[in-house]
Design a protein around this ligand. Structure first.
Ligand SMILES: [Zn+2]
Length: 241
């Protein structure tokens, strides 16, 4: 917990970088919109897709983990975000992922995530605020979760929450029907819904906003983890050129 506070203080000391969200931060779209605010952000909102080799469904198929493909993804994540207290990830990076945690506000709610993912999340928020306003597109989150220090997967798989690259939105309203308890007990999992889109309270507009900036929605995965988005893009793509 104290690491987190230290990271938050360090961020404040570094000055207004626009990661906190709200009207102060005005990131420019890649299309070349003019920023009227004086404080220029340190990043730009360039759309990108999640990298395929990092998607859970490329290394876990029908419940079977492909060790080689999984190791490749873990190596990338450790190299880019830090180790997660395992021997394997320490080999790739001596710095801890959790030491790079920062607290941001996402849609008005505090959230602890990896500092490298903060620009991506800010771009998502900006997109949501610009495009998801009509009644059918709107969604108001009540609880969000990011960094975790305990692994929620059984076996060798590592949750991206440990790297600080994943975010959960309202588990009660957006169930994970393929997860371990308590989520499969959600009545939403037992109703005869055809797709994950019908099980989640999130609007497609929200899901698309995340996907636009390199997040993968685990509603597409076997897990049907509809509360969960993970950033699988290239964090450097948001750097100002
Ligand atoms: Zn999650």
């Amino acid at each position: 917990m104290h690491l987190l506070v230290a990271a938050a203080i360090a961020l404040l000391a570094a000055g207004p970088s626009g990661l906190g969200g709200g009207p102060v931060a005005e990131a420019k779209e890649a299309a070349g919109g003019k920023s009227k605010k004086k404080k220029a952000p340190q990043y730009e909102c360039r759309p990108q897709s999640p990298q395929k080799f990092l998607k859970r469904r490329t290394f876990v198929q029908k419940g079977m983990l492909n060790p080689k493909k999984h190791a490749k993804a873990v190596r990338y994540l450790a190299e880019h975000y830090g180790h997660v207290d395992t021997e394997e990830t320490r080999r790739y990076n001596p710095e801890s992922a959790h030491a790079q945690a920062t607290t941001v506000r996402f849609m008005g709610l505090p959230l602890s995530i990896h500092e490298k993912v903060a620009p991506a999340l800010h771009c998502v928020e900006k997109r949501i605020r610009a495009t998801c306003n009509s009644k059918s597109r709107r969604y108001t989150p009540r609880a969000v979760g990011g960094f975790r220090t305990a692994n929620s997967y059984r076996g060798a798989e590592i949750s991206n929450h440990l790297f600080g690259t994943a975010i959960d939105i309202d588990p009660e309203r957006n169930p994970c029907c393929g997860c371990v308890d308590p989520w499969p007990t959600s009545p939403l999992c037992h109703e005869k819904k055809r797709t994950a889109y019908e099980r989640t309270a999130l609007s497609r507009c929200w899901i698309k906003a995340f996907e636009r900036y390199g997040f993968d929605w685990l509603g597409h995965d076997d897990l049907e983890d509809t509360m969960h988005f993970e950033f699988l893009g290239d964090p450097d793509r948001f750097k100002k050129r």
